[in-house]
Design a protein around this ligand. Structure first.
Ligand SMILES: Cc1cc2nc3c(=O)[nH]c(=O)nc-3n(C[C@H](O)[C@H](O)[C@H](O)COP(=O)(O)O)c2cc1C
Length: 231
């Protein structure tokens, strides 16, 4: 990006919050607790229950959005992706296998997923191991995506430097001509899903005086062990 582009943005004006204003940004959490007896017997069922509650909550946007963290030789990196399937096997999302996250997972498949349902004073943190789903499973999901998203998957070399917006648009237009709307679009070879098999799943519920509830399921053989953590 060149820095000599004429711009009139809020960067020129001081709309910033002061340090004290930022420090004062806090809210008290509610009385809705999370007891061991409230939980389902396994974290996947419990997760499904909380996801359904989040999806029904009109204040939560994109309840299936989760922050995926990976680690590569530059250190950790986080970004949002959308959960597309949850089963007893784990949590699935789709992306470009040649993106930064794809390369990081190849080098180190240990990842974290975080669901930030702040409006419900909840978060879920999953640690686990990511692996590619089968090509047929990726194909099956790819075929359900809107045509424009399918073309976008061809057009974008996700995470690579892009010389201009126009270049991306031209690539999009080329693939839109190659695979016209209404005809089947093949899945790009660099695109597909990952399944994260959970090793631990923590359910966090905000409580008064910062005495939050944290209940964590950890894999133990073929089952799960439940523990409570200090907030
Ligand atoms: C709400 C939201 C949902 C997103 N969902 C996806 C997704 O499902 N798959 C994906 O590859 N990128 C998704 N993105 C974009 C990623 O956050 C990220 O910018 C992109 O995948 C490149 O990440 P990387 O360079 O770290 O690999 C989403 C972004 C947001 C804000």
């Amino acid at each position: 990006m060149t820095l000599d582009t004429p711009m009139s943005t809020s960067r020129d004006r001081d709309f910033g919050l002061s340090r004290d204003q930022i420090r004062e940004m806090r809210r008290s959490y509610g009385e809705q607790g999370l007891a061991e007896g409230d939980l389902a017997a396994d974290p996947i069922t419990q997760f499904r229950n909380w996801l359904a509650e989040a999806a029904l909550n009109p204040v939560i946007v994109e309840a299936n959005a989760m922050v995926l963290s990976t680690v590569d030789d530059q250190g950790p990196q986080s970004r949002t992706v959308l959960l597309k399937e949850v089963s007893d096997l784990g949590f699935s999302f789709f992306t470009n296998y040649e993106s930064n996250k794809g390369k990081a997972i190849t080098a180190n498949p240990h990842v974290s997923l975080l669901f930030p349902w702040y409006a419900m004073e909840r978060q879920v943190i999953i640690r686990g191991v990511a692996e590619k789903v089968s090509t047929s499973a990726s194909n099956e999901y790819f075929s359900t995506r809107p045509w424009s998203s399918q073309i976008g998957a061809w057009a974008s070399s996700q995470s690579q430097d892009l010389e201009s917006r126009e270049h991306l648009q031209n690539r999009y237009d080329e693939f839109a001509m190659k695979y016209p709307e209404g005809t089947p679009v093949p899945m790009p070879p660099h695109w597909g899903g990952y399944l994260v098999s959970p090793r631990s799943v923590e359910f966090w519920q905000g409580r008064y005086s910062r005495l939050h509830d944290r209940l964590i399921f950890t894999r133990s053989g073929s089952g799960w062990q439940l523990a409570r953590l200090h907030p």
